[in-house]
Design a protein around this ligand. Structure first.
Ligand SMILES: Nc1ncnc2c1ncn2[C@@H]1O[C@H](COP(=O)(O)OP(=O)(O)OP(=O)(O)O)[C@@H](O)[C@H]1O
Length: 286
C-alpha cells in the first residue's frame, strides 16, 4: 500500500480543475527518427525525420504541411503501422504503434479501388477482411455510401465513376469499419479545383456530423485546404523533417465556403505561407 502511494503521488495532489481540462492525446509522436538507406550506399543512411514531435487530441482535425520530401507521408505511414521507425516513440492511445492498427483508417491520393468490383462491393470488401457478417456488410456499406452521397452509384464500377466519386468511395470504405482515427495522404490532390473544394466541404460535413468526432491527420500541400479543414496546422521543416510551427485555426464551425474570403482566413493564410516559404527557400538554397 505504501509503495502504491509513493509511486503515484501526483494523482493525489493535482487540482481537479487541471485534470478536467488536460487534453486527451490520442496520438503522440516523441522525438521520432526515421532513416532510409542512401541510394548506392549501405553504410550511410539519410534521416528523413529527426526529432519529430507532435501531439493530436482526441477528436481533433490536424493538417500537416511542409516542403516536398520533408517526411509527411513517412510519418503518416509510421502512424498507420505501414512503416517502422528508428528512434523515439509513436503512441496511439498511449500504446506504441507496432504494425497495422485497425483503429486507424487510411485514405491515399490514389483511390486504390478494385476495378472489377462495384462501389458497394469495394466498401464491403474492407468489412469482409475484418470479419463482419455478410448481411451487416451489405447494410453498413449502403449506409456509408449514402453518407458520402453515392447511394445512386452503388452498383457502378470504378471506371464508371468520376475521380471525385472514386475518392468518395475510398472514404466510404474507411468510414465503414469505423476507425477512431482517420489519416489522409493528399486525398484530393489529383482532383480539379471545383471537385476538390466540394469534397473538402463534404469531408467537413461528415466529420462534423459524427456523433463522436474522429481524430484526423490530414497531409496536404494546399495551405487553403489545411485552413478550411483544420483545428490546427503543423508546418514541418525541410528534411530531415520535424514540426517547426503549429498554428491554431480559430475559425468558427460549422464552416462553409464563405469562410474562405473572411479576414481571419486571409490573415492566417499569410502567416502560414510565410513560415512555409522560409523552409521551401531554405531547401532551394542547397
Ligand atoms: N522506401 C523508401 N526508401 C528510401 N527513401 C524513401 C522511401 N520512402 C520515402 N523515401 C524518401 O524519404 C523522403 C521523404 O519522403 P515522404 O514521401 O515522406 O515526403 P513528403 O513530405 O510526403 O513528400 P511530398 O510532399 O513530395 O509527397 C524523400 O526524400 C523520399 O525520397
Amino acid at each position: 500500500m505504501s509503495q502504491l502511494l509513493i509511486e503515484q503521488p501526483e494523482q493525489h495532489t493535482q487540482p481537479i480543475a487541471a485534470e478536467a481540462t488536460a487534453p486527451e492525446w490520442q496520438i503522440e509522436a516523441k522525438r521520432v527518427t526515421k532513416l532510409y538507406p542512401k541510394p548506392g550506399s549501405r553504410k550511410e543512411p539519410t534521416a528523413v525525420l529527426d526529432g519529430f514531435d507532435l501531439r493530436i487530441e482526441k477528436g481533433e482535425f490536424l493538417s500537416l504541411l511542409g516542403p516536398s520530401g520533408c517526411g509527411k507521408s513517412t510519418f503518416l505511414n509510421i502512424l498507420a503501422g505501414l512503416e517502422t521507425y528508428n528512434g523515439g516513440a509513436v503512441l496511439v492511445d498511449g500504446k506504441r504503434v507496432s504494425g497495422v492498427n485497425k483503429n486507424v483508417g487510411v485514405v491515399f491520393q490514389g483511390y486504390a479501388l478494385f476495378p472489377w468490383l462495384t462501389a458497394q462491393k469495394n466498401v464491403e470488401v474492407g468489412l469482409e477482411v475484418r470479419g463482419i457478417p455478410k448481411d451487416e456488410r451489405r447494410e453498413r456499406a449502403a449506409e456509408v455510401l449514402k453518407t458520402v452521397g453515392l447511394e445512386h452509384a452503388a452498383n457502378r464500377l470504378p471506371h464508371q465513376l468520376s475521380g471525385g466519386m472514386r475518392q468518395r468511395v475510398a472514404i466510404a470504405r474507411v468510414l465503414a469499419y469505423e476507425p477512431e482515427i482517420l489519416v489522409f495522404d493528399e486525398p484530393f490532390a489529383a482532383l480539379d479545383a471545383q471537385t476538390r473544394e466540394f469534397l473538402q466541404a463534404e469531408l467537413l460535413r461528415i466529420w462534423e456530423a459524427g456523433q463522436t468526432k474522429k481524430t484526423i491527420l490530414f497531409v496536404t500541400h494546399s495551405i487553403d485546404e489545411a485552413i478550411f479543414l483544420s483545428d490546427r496546422i503543423a508546418v514541418m521543416t525541410k528534411a530531415p523533417g520535424r514540426v517547426k510551427t503549429i498554428f491554431d485555426v480559430d475559425l468558427p464551425r460549422p464552416r462553409d465556403s464563405t469562410v474562405r474570403s473572411s479576414e481571419d482566413f486571409v490573415h492566417i493564410r499569410s502567416r502560414v505561407a510565410r513560415i512555409l516559404e522560409e523552409e521551401v527557400n531554405l531547401g532551394n538554397a542547397h
